[in-house]
Design a protein around this ligand. Sequence first.
Ligand code: ZN
Length: 91
Amino acid sequence: MGKKRKSGGRSKGSSGHSGTVQCSRCGRVVPADKAKKYTKRVSAVEPQLARELRQQGSYIQTRRVTSYYCVSCAVHAGRVHIRASSERKSV
Ligand SMILES: [Zn+2]
């Protein structure tokens, strides 16, 4: 059977087994090197209030939230796009 992608959609290369993570959206268990990792900064303060406080010169602490998406969810959420076969094949 032909290969759709040279890497099989993964980034582990020749290294062996990689750990698993759970998709933050659907809960599916995916290999860590295959999952799409997103980090965003989340503030506990509402944006409008945060803007006012920032204008007054105060520092608002944010925390970093890391989420992993499985390929299906990443495509559905528009984080990654499907490419044409001529574009993706580089074998
Ligand atoms: Zn998912």
